[in-house]
Design a protein around this ligand. Structure first.
Ligand code: SF4
Length: 346
């Protein structure tokens, strides 16, 4: 198993507090459609078995997304924050084409909670509301589409987690859960620093309560993509909240590609050596140089608790063939066979 991670664009119409990518802009440029098509061939040739395509807002590419993905042979998931102006414009064409057979949205709040709000939404509430609308629309019109609600867990929303997971599971929508992170050493360009993140971060006296919430979620019906990331004893949960897990120099086997084609250490960190290599140069000796660069950059990192590399490591070490299905069609030991997603590319 070899996973990749792609920032297909840095542009985003949103302004969410705990995401720093909004500051990334497209300052380094963006690859052409042709270069992305070539990139997908390169990933296939490298043996990449799953590509997580993030935006920031992927649907800003419009028809170019279809052009990039229609010849692609690497299984993928495609994240969108589903801004209504983009989602409503492209949804029939994208899902009707069969080329884009996944909808992954960021959902941090329960639908019932959002419905109960009478004031103006915060930016993250708005993102969650738009995600809910997109998932519900897709469930109604494309009930067999592969779908996931991605939940970032932080101090302000963790008590809603059991209800949120239940709401998604009742619609047969998979749930991805990730713990909040912050820019610990100035090199995690995905997140703002501790000063901005303070209200989101857990304090020591929250940990027992968070642990109980995770236990409740795991006890009830769920379609968690990675229940393993919540099944933690209290010391391990504290270790994760402190961002002390480490990928040991190999985040997820395959490359992390920035919108201009330069490579990154991982989705969270650009690194200093890895960006000197470009995805379009990834043949022969360059692949070895890239592996060495990622390893060196990752070993400079203090750690994370990110579910994507953690689950890559978990399944690669325990059951690699099953792990491929976990990433491509939402398999899980807890997921009945008839709930597995059928994907165009598996
Ligand atoms: S531990 Fe590895 S995967 Fe996690 S942020 Fe650091 S380099 Fe990236």
């Amino acid at each position: 198993m070899k996973n990749a991670f792609t920032y297909i664009t840095r542009a985003c119409p949103r302004d969410c507090d705990y995401c720093n990518i909004k500051s990334g802009k497209e300052s380094r440029g963006r690859m052409s459609v042709e270069d992305w098509v070539t990139t997908n061939y390169i990933l296939k040739n490298m043996g990449v078995t799953f590509n997580l395509i993030l935006g920031n807002e992927t649907w800003l590419l419009g028809h170019k997304l279809l052009d990039i993905l229609k010849l692609n042979e690497v299984p993928f998931a495609l994240y969108t924050t589903a801004p209504p102006s983009l989602f409503e414009k492209y949804r029939d064409e994208f899902f009707g084409s069969g080329v884009i057979d996944n909808l992954t949205c960021g959902i941090d709040y329960s639908f019932k909670y959002l419905q109960s709000i009478t004031r103006k939404f915060t930016t993250t509430e708005q993102k969650s509301w738009d995600g809910w609308q997109a998932l519900k629309w897709a469930k109604e019109h494309y009930p067999n589409l592969d779908m996931q609600g991605n939940i970032t867990v932080y101090r302000e929303n963790y008590l809603q987690l059991p209800m949120l997971v239940q709401e998604l599971a009742e619609l047969d929508i998979f749930e991805g859960v990730n713990l909040i992170h912050w820019n610990k050493d100035g090199q995690y360009d995905f997140f703002p620093g501790r000063d901005v993140m303070e209200k989101y971060l857990f304090r020591d006296h929250d940990i027992d309560s968070l642990h109980n919430v995770f236990k409740r979620v795991l006890r009830n019906y769920h379609l968690l993509h990675h229940p393993e990331v919540l099944d933690l004893d209290i010391p391990t949960l504290k270790f994760m909240l402190d961002m002390k897990w480490h990928c040991e120099g190999d985040p997820y086997g395959g490359p992390t590609i920035d919108s201009d084609g330069s490579l990154r250490c991982c989705g969270y960190r650009r690194g200093t050596r890895t960006p000197k290599i470009h995805i379009l140069d990834m043949v022969g000796k360059k692949i070895e140089q890239w592996e060495e660069a990622v390893h060196a950059d990752a070993m400079d990192c203090p750690g994370c608790s990110w579910s994507f590399p953690r689950m890559f490591k978990h399944w690669n070490a325990t059951d690699e063939p099953f792990g491929r299905d976990v990433f491509t069609k939402h398999a899980g030991r807890h997921v009945p066979d008839d709930k597995l997603s059928e994907r165009k590319i598996e």
